[in-house]
Design a protein around this ligand. Structure first.
Ligand code: TTP
Length: 197
């Protein structure tokens, strides 16, 4: 039976990234608790959240939809000195995060999870990002642009935040929220077509 894809995400970035590789999909929104568990490592954390988001999406399907649909979900976090840097809650939180990232390298980790009736598969991808020095005045101005608020690590590489990025090693789409090379490989395993098929 042919399978169709459902993106369980409210992130406009994930929608755009999936569209970029020519995948047909519908979308639903899920809401799960994103608190870090006690002593949880960053990799465990993003994998757990991608899995929980995909399972939450699958749980919203009707019994018949469960037979034909595959849910895709993802989670992205920024990691520096082993510390998980989530979305900023305020200007002072954004300042704390961006001051930590200023003038050095950090890691962006995204996990993608696919969930169908038959199987659940996941993959985590890591990208290194190096920032130039960022001044307090820039952090203030950046906050007031409205860009950092809904983004892990308080920046968007695809937006104004690009001016802070000196270099990146690894997948760019992974930083934006969905590693496309690995996602396409997972989609193959569920017989979901993207542009080349
Ligand atoms: C580092 C970085 C993160 N981000 C975004 C990607 C994710 O949308 C967000 C991290 O939050 P997530 O919790 O991964 O995702 P989300 O809450 O936006 O969406 P959903 O759970 O519904 O799928 O940060 C960027 O857009 N650009 C960047 O450069």
């Amino acid at each position: 039976m042919s399978q169709s894809l459902v993106l369980a995400s409210t992130s406009p970035r994930r929608k755009e990234l999936l569209q970029q590789i020519g995948v047909a999909f519908t979308q639903l929104s899920i809401d799960i608790n994103e608190d870090v568990a006690l002593a949880e490592e960053p990799e465990q954390y993003v994998l757990r959240l991608a899995k929980e988001k995909a399972a939450a999406g699958f749980g919203l399907l009707s019994t018949t939809e469960k037979l034909t649909k595959v849910i895709l979900a993802a989670d992205t976090t920024v990691v520096c000195d082993g510390q998980i840097l989530a979305k900023p809650e305020s200007l002072s939180h954004s300042k704390e995060i961006l001051t930590k990232l200023s003038g050095r390298e950090h890691i962006v980790m995204s996990a993608v999870g696919l969930h169908s009736q038959d199987k659940i598969l996941q993959k985590v991808v890591t990208t290194k990002v190096r920032f130039r020095n960022i001044s307090d005045a820039e952090i203030d101005a950046y906050w007031h642009s409205g860009e950092p608020q809904d983004k892990a690590g308080s920046y968007g590489i695809q937006g104004l935040g690009a001016v802070f990025v000196e270099s990146i090693t690894g997948s760019y789409s992974n930083v934006v929220g969905l590693p496309l090379c690995e996602t396409a490989q997972l989609l193959n395993q569920f017989n979901i077509a993207f542009w080349q098929l």
